[in-house]
Each structure stands twice: as C-alpha cells, then as structure tokens.
Design a protein around this ligand. Structure first.
Ligand code: ATP
Ligand code: MG
Length: 427
C-alpha cells in the first residue's frame, strides 16, 4: 500500500531512509510477526506464564554488570547513550536482565515462582544481514524461582510446542548442553586454559584475550581458525561434579518424557555470562549462518547480581524475524465485508457498516464511484462478501449480498444480515 500526497511531495528532496539494520513491519511482514507473537502467547498461557512489559531502555548497569564484560553484546553491540539529564542508558539488547531487574524493583523476589513471558523490540549494533538486524524482536520466557531440572525441561517443552504450533518443528533441532555448576566450570576452565594455551599462536586475537579473561567464551567464537581448534578442545562432561551430572541426567530424562527430541552438543556455551547448568539452542539450516532461532538456559546467579536474593531461574528467547522467515505460509490477510451503497444510499450504508462492526464483523464502506468502481474496490480490498444497498432494497429492509468467493448473490433482510454473514463468513 502506498499513500500519495501530490500537494506535499518535494521531488528535489531525497526521501529519508530508515536507520541501517531496522525494518518496517507492513502487510505480510506484520502478519507474520503478529502470528508468531499470538501463537506464543496462546501456548505460554497453557503453561501458566503471565506477560510482562518492561521499558525498552534501562540503566546501562542492568546489562553491563550482568551479561559479562567479555560478551559480544557488552563489548560491541550495545546502544548506549547519556540522556539530557545525564543518565547512562542503554536500549535493551535482550530481555532477561531487564525482567530480573523488574522482579527485584517490584518486590517480587518473595513471591516465587514467577513465570514471565515477554515480546518486543531489542537493539544490538551488529552488521545487518539476513536474519540479523539492529532493531529486532524477541519473544521470551523466564521461569524464576525453580531450581529443579523439571523447570528447564518445561521451559524447553513450551518453546518446542510453540515451534510446532508455528509449523516449524520439522525444520529445527534442539541442541543441548550443560555448563555445570561453579565447581564443574572451574575444573573445566583449567582444562580449557591448558589446551588453548598450548595452541595460543593459532588463536584469533579476540580469543587470546578471552583466554585470559573468560576462556569458556572461546567456544562461542565464530572465527574459522578458532573453530578448528575448538573441535578438539576438552568437553565439560569429563569435569562435571556429581551434583551437576545428576542435574543434567534429570533434565534429559524429563525431556524424553515430555517428548522433546534433542541432541547433545558440548560446544554450546551461549553468548552471555550468566548461564549455568542448562544451555540449549533450537537451530535450523534454513537461514544460512543465522541458524539459531530459540535459545536459552539456566541463570541461577542473575537475580542476585541484580541486587536480589539468590534465586534460581531458567529461560529462553527467540528471534521473531527468524521464526517469521521459517513460516511456510504467510497468514492470510483478513477479508472484510464491503458495504456498497448504490445512488443516494451512503448514509444508510454507513448505518449498515457500523451495525456489522458492532456484531463483530470486519466491515468496510466502499467509497466513491459508480457501482462498478465500488465493486472493483471491494474485490481489491480482498472482501469476501459485498452488501449492495440500493434505494428500493432499503425501502423493503433488505440488501443484495454477493458472496465474492462463489459469485452467488441473494437477498437478505437487513435485520438478520449480521447473523447471516457470521454464519458464512471468515472470522
Ligand atoms: P547469534 O549467535 O545469532 O548472534 P545470540 O546468541 O546473540 O545469537 P541471543 O542473545 O541468545 O542470540 O538471542 C536469542 C535469539 O534472538 C537468537 O537465537 C536469535 O533468534 C535472535 N537474535 C539475536 N540477535 C539478533 C539480531 N541481531 N537480529 C535478529 N535476531 C536476533
Ligand atoms: Mg549475537
């Protein structure tokens, strides 16, 4: 759809462009977006989640203190600015830290568990490409206050059910890993440092820095040389404490019971520092290198870092754009009923169109032109029915209703019109 205003166009002025890495959601794009969010809303409701909405910007410390000082997000992707009052703010790059901030500041740390769903825009300064934007959108959920592996399994199962409800379960695979508890990770870190130090020369410069500051993060490197080394690196399974191993076994057992297929991938560490125990990603090869569609894990330390009491939690987030691209069919555009006045019947037609809307029908008035033009317009708007109202019909309290799908036309009494249409129409 394009709107043309001849009187205000300035042909010599270049049209303003949207910021790099952003996109407008119009028409089919918007319908895909909405379908993803509404499907997720419906499914998370079945699991007992409530929706929260938090600000799109936060005190920068909400993210800089918690996501990890060596994470990609904090080192190079945040939209950080100082506002006119001198506050250091950041457009949220992800949802989890903000939800935990909200949990603490709303005094909800004593009302656990909290099962939170959210949907909305996120912002990261990244190199834009297919499936990677600077303003993108996520759905996500957080199960806060549950320490058992059953919580991880339910969060994952809920994500899996959403993917299936969207019809894309067949094009994604769940990759599962554990990051263990602190003792497991300490032992694993030592093994990694020993291994990567022996291959220090072959590491990318970025990963050499990680080797000093956060060696686990090397496993998340996208550098090709690093990837080759990573393939032979030690795996965490050999360093799990008994407790961490038991947790992981429990998670796998619950997932199996819930019918969620998975494969283990010891290389998954996730991009943010706050994860422990469970880490997982639903991946696809249908989107090129932007293959992760839904990802998350357990983050037992985050609420405490936000200033709250020690609180176990698990969650995930999914990129709406990536999910939208995987939808086989775009949801159909909604089809209206067109009310078409003939001759002087515009006011009567307006009453009819309002009465149809009051009855819950999507109805539009076909403006301007003769009957032929108005019928063309009704067809172009994708109408499934046209209610044609002439003077003679109105006098008799009826209208001609043409089903534009079948071409059939019939006379219908105005006082039963809405019911008649509702019985036949598209929702
Ligand atoms: P990637 O490895 O693709 O950069 P990530 O690990 O940074 O992903 P998360 O922080 O886990 O991603 O975010 C969860 C999901 O959000 C991703 O799996 C992806 O679907 C989506 N996502 C993340 N960054 C972007 C982006 N810049 N544009 C579009 N979607 C994104
Ligand atoms: Mg990223």
């Amino acid at each position: 759809m394009s709107i043309h205003h001849p009187s205000v166009s300035r042909p010599h002025m270049a049209a303003l462009q949207p910021p790099r890495g952003t996109h407008d959601l119009i028409g089919e794009d918007q319908r895909r977006y909405r379908h993803v969010v509404e499907t997720a809303r419906r499914i998370v409701g079945l699991y007992g989640f409530d929706e929260w909405a938090t600000p799109v910007f936060e005190d920068t410390k909400v993210f800089s203190r918690t996501l990890g000082e060596t994470s990609d997000v904090v080192t190079k992707e945040m939209y950080t600015f100082t506002d006119r009052g001198g506050e250091g703010l950041t457009l949220r790059p992800e949802g989890t830290a903000a939800i935990c901030r909200a949990l603490v500041t709303n005094g909800l740390t004593q009302s656990l568990p909290q099962k939170v769903f959210y949907a909305g825009p996120m912002f990261r300064y990244e190199r834009p490409q297919k499936g990677r934007y600077r303003q993108f959108h996520q759905i996500g959920l957080e199960l806060i206050g549950a320490a058992e592996p059953l919580a991880d399994a339910e969060a994952i199962a809920c994500g899996w059910q959403i993917l299936n409800a969207l019809g894309i379960g067949g094009s994604v695979a769940l990759e599962l890993n554990t990051l263990g508890d602190k003792a497991s990770r300490d032992a694993y870190r030592e093994a990694l440092v020993a291994y990567f130090s022996a291959h220090r020369e072959a590491l990318s410069e970025e990963s050499r820095t990680r080797l000093e500051r956060n060696p686990l993060r090397i496993l998340d490197s996208k550098n090709e040389g690093d990837r080759a080394l990573i393939a032979d690196a030690p795996v965490i399974y050999d360093h799990l404490t008994e407790e961490a191993a038991t947790f992981y076994v429990g998670l796998k057992r619950h997932l199996t019971q819930l019918g969620v297929p998975f494969r283990e991938n010891p290389r998954i560490v996730r991009g943010l520092d706050y994860y422990n125990h469970t880490a997982f990603e639903f991946v696809t090869d249908a989107l090129g290198s932007q293959g992760t569609v839904l990802a998350g894990g357990r983050y037992d330390g985050l609420v405490a870092e936000m200033g709250g009491p020690a609180t176990p939690a698990v969650g995930w987030a999914a990129g709406i754009e990536r999910l939208s691209m995987l939808l086989a069919e775009p949801p159909a555009a909604p089809a209206p009923v067109a009310v078409v006045p003939v001759g002087e019947e515009e006011e009567a037609a307006l009453d009819v169109v309002q009465s149809l809307r009051a009855a819950g029908l999507r109805a539009e008035m076909a403006y301007r032109g003769n009957l032929k033009r108005r019928m063309e317009r009704a067809n172009k708007a994708g109408s499934w029915a046209a209610v044609i109202l002439g003077t003679e019909e109105r006098a008799r309290g009826v209208a001609q209703v043409k089903d534009l799908r079948s071409g059939e036309q019939q006379e219908v009494a105005l006082d039963g019109l809405a019911t008649w249409l509702l019985a036949r129409g598209v929702a």
